[in-house]
Design a protein around this ligand. Structure first.
Ligand SMILES: Cc1ncc(COP(=O)(O)O)c(C=O)c1O
Length: 353
């Protein structure tokens, strides 16, 4: 339900007719409008929806030097009857505020976040791609705008939401390298926040893994770098002898919304799901005993990314073919079905626009 209409300046001419829906590159096409709000004097003001376009930015803007920048990634889709829907938007609103607290940035009221996303998506609903598995990707983010040299929290911020239609994500099973030199995050660090700098810091290890022929790294932590954290920009799940296990969020791991939804779905279906510390040695042992049935990444972009191979030091582990897996494919089908209306929204995660 729309509370108050956000001040909206519409484009004169939509660009939607120029989109080739059968050829959507990820993250390169942007829809007609964006939402903006400015934080100053202790409050968010001037909420508005305007034509998508460039910003001007002051060279001393604090974000450019000290990196106070956080973001979210979420999706809107259409049910089979054409109704636009958002999946778990309040969770994203809460998470961006958790990130804001960690980075000493201004929190954006959660109801207002959902309202802004809802009105923006409703206005650009023709940009939601029709095919199942495709979506309108939403990118809410916030950055520091004080024009100042010196390390302290900014007193002004810009909050922006723009959207990008994305095609179905046919992720082919990935080859992963267990990374024991570089670290993504430690408890007490910033890994639990969706802070821009975390992603910059991940580029060198990802590059080096790719040079060695892998798609991504498995991030490790713990005193001896033997505890599994995440994979690339996804949370990680294993199926061992019918039990689903995933690392407990310990302050270093991003609290994925897909991860949380997966745990709920799996427990509802009677699976045993355990969140705990996972040592790489147990994965090797399970593999050697023929009990490692599945390994997959979980995140908004791909939903499920199956792992084909895992390299740990000089041991290469090859996982069963995707056709022989149950859990990962079921979860992918469930979330895609929820987004298209084929699966009932029994947990009340969808917001219809
Ligand atoms: C580091 C990291 N881990 C996990 C995830 C998965 O989170 P979600 O399921 O909320 O997309 C993301 C993506 O947001 C991420 O960037």
């Amino acid at each position: 339900m729309i509370a108050t209409q956000i001040r909206t300046e519409k484009v004169q001419q939509s660009r939607v007719d120029s989109v080739d829906w059968n050829n959507l590159p990820f993250g390169k096409i942007f829809s007609d409008h964006m939402f903006l709000s400015d934080y100053k004097d202790g409050e968010w003001t001037n909420d508005r929806i305007v034509p998508f376009g460039h910003f001007t930015i002051h060279p001393a803007s604090m974000v450019l030097h000290y990196g106070q920048a956080i973001f979210e990634g979420m999706k809107a889709s259409k049910l089979n009857d054409g109704t636009p829907v958002l999946l778990s938007p309040i969770e994203h609103a809460k998470r961006i505020n958790a990130s804001a607290r960690r980075m000493m940035m201004a929190e954006f009221p959660e109801e207002r976040f959902v309202e802004a996303v809802s009105q923006l998506v409703a206005l650009d609903k023709d940009w939601i791609p029709p095919a199942e598995g495709s979506a309108l990707y939403l990118r809410p983010y916030m950055y520091a705008t004080d024009e100042f040299i010196g390390v302290r929290p900014s007193e002004t911020y810009t909050f922006c939401i723009f959207t990008a239609p994305v095609g179905p994500y046919y992720a082919k099973p990935v080859r992963l390298l267990v990374e024991q030199h570089y670290v993504r995050a430690v408890p007490g660090g910033t890994g639990e926040a969706k802070a821009a700098g975390n992603y910059a810091a991940s580029l060198r290890p990802a590059f080096e893994a790719q040079q060695k022929g892998f798609d991504q790294v498995v991030w490790m932590g713990g005193p001896n770098m033997t505890q599994i954290q995440e994979v690339g920009t996804m949370n990680i799940f294993f199926v061992i002898d019918g039990e689903v296990i995933t690392p407990a969020t310990d302050g270093a791991i991003l609290k994925g919304i897909t991860r949380k939804n997966f745990i709920t779905i799996l427990r509802d279906q009677g699976y045993k799901v355990t969140e705990r510390v996972i040592e790489i040695d147990e994965i090797v042992e399970a593999y050697d005993a023929g009990k490692l049935q599945e390994m997959f990444g979980a995140g908004t972009a791909a939903v499920v990314s199956h792992v084909a191979e895992l390299q740990y030091q000089d041991k290469l582990m090859t996982l069963p073919a995707v056709e022989d897996r149950k859990v990962g494919p079921m979860l992918k089908k469930y979330i895609d079905g929820l987004r298209s209306g084929a699966v009932e929204d029994k947990f009340g995660w969808l917001v219809k626009l």
